[in-house]
Write a protein that binds this ligand. Structure first.
Ligand code: TRP
Length: 450
C-alpha cells in the first residue's frame, strides 16, 4: 500500500467544522427532492413513520459507527478497513462504497443542475423572458441538462481541489438557517390556502395498511441516502475529525437537522401538490404520480408563481439555497473517491479531483440525455447499495473490529461515555438490530422480485 506523503488530506478548522460539513453533506436534494417524492409515491404518513424509524433506529447508530471508524484510522473507506482488520474482504466494502458514491454523484449532478437552472428560470420569468425560462424548465432537454450538470460538476471539482475546510463550513452555516427560514414561511403560506388540508391529512394521518415490503425498502434507502450513510462519506469526513469531538453528540445533531429539514420539506410540498392539482397542474393521473422524478420541479414553481411578485423573490432564493445545499452534498460524494486516490495512490488533490470529477461527468452527461435512467440508479445504488454498505459496516464493527474498540475511540471527546445508556444500547443495535433490520428489508425485496 502506498503511504501518502503529501499534506493533501486536510482537517476541519473550527469546532463546528465537522458538524457543519456533515450536516451540509446530509441536507440536500435527498430532503427536498427525494423525501417528498417518496412520501407522495409510497403511502403518505405511513411512509413518514417508517422513514423516521429507519433514520433514528438504524441510520443514527450506523452514522456513529462510520464516524468512529474514520476518526480512529484517519483514512479513506478502503484504507480504514485495511487498517483495522487483516480480513481481505472488508476493504472491498470500502470499494463498494466508493463505487456507490461515484454512481450516486453521477445522477445527483443532473438533478442539482435542474435545481440550479430553476433559480434562473424564476428570474427570467420575472424579467419577462419566457423563452429563456422555458428552455431552463425543460427537464427533458438533454443538451440543456448536460450544460447545467457540467457547470455544477465544475463547481464541485473546484471546491474539492481547494480541500475540505472553510468553503463547506461557511456555505453550510449560512445556507441551513436560511433554508429552514424560507421553508417555514412557505409552509405558513400554503397552510392558509384553501385546499391544503387534504395534503396535510395525507402527510400526517397514517394509514397503516399501506405499509408493505416495498414501502419499507424505499424508506430504508431514503434514510441512508438522506443521512449520507453506507458508502463511507462519513468515514472520510470522520477521518478529518479531531479527538476532542464528541462523536455520538455530533451524529445526533446531524441526524436531527437532516430529518427535521426533510419533515419541513414534506410539510410544504405534499400540501402544495394538492394545491397545484386543484389549480389544474397534472400531478396525479389515475391516482398515480404523473412524473415522480421531476415532481418537486413542477410543484414548487407553480406555488411560487401563484404568489405574484414576492413569489419570484422566494423562487429565486429557494432554488439558489437548494443549489448550495446540493453543492455541500456533491462535495461529500466527490471527496470519497478523491481521498481514496490521495491516500492509496499518492496523487495530488488537484489532479484526483479533476480526473475523477470529469470521469463522473461523462456518466452525468449520459444521464442528462436519458433522465429515466435515474430511477434505476436510485434502486441499485441508493436503495440496495447504501443499506448493504451499512449492513456490512455493522458486521465489520460488531464481529471483526469489535464494538468495544469503537467505544474506546468514542471515549475521546466523550469522557463519561461509560456511564451512559448509550454504551449499553449502541453495541446491541450494531451487532443485532441494525444488521437484522437491513437484511430483512433487502431480503423481502429480493423475495418479492421472484
Ligand atoms: N445526503 C445527501 C442528500 O440528502 C446526498 C448525499 C451526499 C449522499 N453524500 C452522500 C448520499 C453520501 C449517500 C452517501 O441530498
Amino acid at each position: 500500500m502506498a503511504v501518502s506523503t503529501n499534506t493533501d488530506r486536510g482537517s476541519w478548522n473550527s469546532k463546528l467544522g465537522f458538524i457543519l460539513a456533515a450536516a451540509g453533506s446530509a441536507v440536500g436534494l435527498g430532503n427536498i427532492w427525494g423525501f417528498p417524492t417518496q412520501v407522495a409515491s409510497n403511502g403518505g404518513a405511513a411512509f413518514l413513520i417508517i422513514y423516521l424509524i429507519c433514520s433514528f433506529l438504524i441510520g443514527f447508530p450506523v452514522m456513529v459507527a462510520e464516524i468512529t471508524i474514520g476518526r480512529n484510522t484517519g483514512k479513506n473507506p478502503v484504507g480504514a478497513f485495511k487498517a483495522l482488520h487483516s480480513n481481505k474482504f472488508f476493504p472491498l466494502v470500502g470499494l463498494w462504497g466508493v463505487i456507490c458514491g461515484v454512481m450516486i454523484l453521477s445522477f445527483y449532478t443532473v438533478i442539482a443542475g435542474w435545481a440550479f437552472g430553476y433559480a434562473f428560470e424564476e428570474l427570467f420569468l420575472a424579467l419577462n423572458m419566457p423563452a429563456a425560462a422555458d428552455w431552463l424548465k425543460d427537464t427533458g432537454n438533454g443538451l440543456k441538462n448536460a450544460i447545467v450538470a457540467t457547470v455544477f460538476m465544475l463547481g464541485t471539482i473546484k471546491i474539492i481541489s481547494g480541500g475540505v475546510s472553510d468553503g463547506i463550513e461557511r456555505a453550510t452555516k449560512t445556507m441551513m438557517p436560511l433554508l429552514i427560514g424560507i421553508l417555514v414561511i412557505m409552509i405558513v403560506y400554503v397552510l392558509f390556502q384553501p385546499g391544503s388540508a387534504e395534503g396535510i391529512r395525507e402527510y400526517l394521518l397514517p394509514d397503516f395498511s399501506m405499509i408493505n415490503a416495498d414501502l419499507i425498502f424505499s424508506a430504508m434507502g431514503q434514510a441512508f441516502f438522506s443521512l449520507s450513510l453506507g458508502m463511507g462519506a462519513l468515514i472520510t469526513y470522520g477521518s478529518y475529525l479531531n479527538k476532542k469531538e464528541n462523536i455520538p453528540q455530533a451524529a445526533a445533531f446531524v441526524t436531527l437537522a437532516d430529518v427535521g429539514i426533510a419533515f419541513l420539506a414534506g410539510l410544504l410540498i405534499i400540501p402544495a401538490m394538492y394545491l397545484a392539482q386543484s389549480n389544474g397542474v397534472n400531478i396525479f393521473v389515475d391516482g398515480q404520480l404523473a412524473d415522480s422524478t421531476t415532481l418537486v420541479f413542477t410543484v414548487l414553481p407553480a406555488l411560487f408563481n401563484s404568489m405574484g411578485f414576492i413569489g419570484t423573490i422566494f423562487g429565486v432564493t429557494f432554488f439558489l439555497l437548494l443549489s448550495i445545499a446540493a453543492l455541500t452534498s456533491t462535495i461529500s460524494l466527490l471527496e470519497v473517491p478523491v481521498s481514496y486516490a490521495i491516500d492509496e495512490y499518492d496523487v495530488t488533490r488537484k489532479k484526483a479531483a479533476r480526473n475523477i470529477g470529469l470521469g463522473i461527468l461523462v456518466v452525468s452527461i449520459i444521464i442528462s440525455f436519458n433522465p429515466n435512467l435515474i430511477d434505476y440508479f436510485v434502486i441499485v445504488f441508493n436503495n440496495i447499495g447504501l443499506p448493504l454498505g451499512g449492513f456490512l459496516i455493522c458486521v465489520f464493527i460488531g464481529y471483526a473490529w469489535k464494538t468495544e474498540n469503537a467505544i474506546n475511540e468514542m471515549e475521546y471527546g466523550f469522557a463519561g461515555i461509560r456511564q451512559t445508556l448509550f454504551v449499553k444500547v449502541w453495541p446491541i443495535f450494531i451487532k443485532f438490530i441494525c444488521p437484522a433490520a437491513i437484511l430483512y428489508t433487502l431480503g423481502q425485496t429480493l423475495v418479492g422480485l421472484f
